[in-house]
Design a binder for this molecule. Sequence first.
Ligand SMILES: NC(=O)c1ccc[n+]([C@@H]2O[C@H](COP(=O)([O-])OP(=O)(O)OC[C@H]3O[C@@H](n4cnc5c(N)ncnc54)[C@H](OP(=O)(O)O)[C@@H]3O)[C@@H](O)[C@H]2O)c1
Length: 361
Amino acid sequence: MKYVKKFFPMLVADLTTWVTLYYLWNKGYKRCIPLASLCCLGVSYLYCCLRSRDKISSNYAVVITGCGSGLGYSLALHCQELGATVIAGVLQMSSPGSKRLLREGIFVYPLDITLAASVENFTDFVRTVLTERNSKLRCLINNAAVMVFGEFEWQTYEQLRKQMEVNLLGTMRITKELMPLIRAHFGRIIVVSSHCNTEPIPGVAAYSGTKAAVSAWATAIRVELKKYGVKVVCFVPGSFVGESNILARQSQYFKKMERAMSTEAKTFYGDYFARYSQYFSSMARCGNLDKLEDSGIFETFEGALLDKYPSAVYTNEPWRYTVYHTMFKITPTCLRDRLVERFVQAPPWTKQDVAKSSTQQ
Ligand SMILES: NC(=O)c1ccc[n+]([C@@H]2O[C@H](COP(=O)([O-])OP(=O)(O)OC[C@H]3O[C@@H](n4cnc5c(N)ncnc54)[C@H](OP(=O)(O)O)[C@@H]3O)[C@@H](O)[C@H]2O)c1
């Protein structure tokens, strides 16, 4: 199935060409046939070359940030299964995910991408592992991120700053620190992005902003670094909130928002805030030690990691996302915004809420 998917466009192109050749033959253009056949073979060969992938050998090292849970944890296990030397940065060495990675023989080291000292120590560790294992740093996977759900006005400055610091500045910091190694080893940088980058959604306005910013940054450095033999790729992994820790601290975040809220805002939002926070807190999952279920994530990721001529963006998405995101792009703004609300399925701001908030003003 994997190979059918990979070579599907080539199969379609070849089939079309053979049908055309058959048609030409029947019409009596027999002299065109050898030339057309050669062209067909040439195009197929070119396609195979463009789709070819690097091989992972024993000296192929991958650095991944944010490996204590979710996608980073799963990618660390997956890269090890592929045969790479994996160096996993984790925020907390004591987390169940970190302990499991250690047991699996993965190099695990503490890393807070927002702290200069932590990033420097981690880089020293990477250097030591590469020297000891005689390995090359072939890829840095910028995965670590923080997402706070809640309307923009509710989010505290600390929460806004945290998202900017981890998702954007932290990603830049670790990349900058590892650049000498990446350049020396002609490595690759994968930036984990999100659908929120192109279609920002309500409730995660700040997070969407950080993902759009980090994608813009990746697009710019892709061109800057091309001349040094360094490739930069954005990877949009799809949705797996139920299987990662990304919403794990949501109820604490809502408590902080409530504490910081002004009396005027509390009166205005009434029990809408309570309904909203209850709904999104209930979606929180934590401590899952299974690899992510969606095999499409890993298939798409392998392309981002290994394609010799990588695309700028690799996207894995469920059909629901494909349908909604196409509709967001092609519908007029008023309809698009309604569709976005349907897509997010947040608790509604009802007529009763409107009535209550206007009587209290
Ligand atoms: N979940 C989704 O549906 C989804 C969809 C699209 C894109 N993504 C992206 O996928 C990536 C992984 O998300 P996930 O869902 O797997 O979330 P996750 O389970 O929360 O993983 C994020 C990891 O980053 C770590 N981290 C947080 N702050 C850090 C810091 N300052 N320095 C280093 N590491 C830090 C977290 O550690 P702690 O757990 O110890 O805090 C956690 O292990 C993110 O870039 C996210 O934007 C996720």
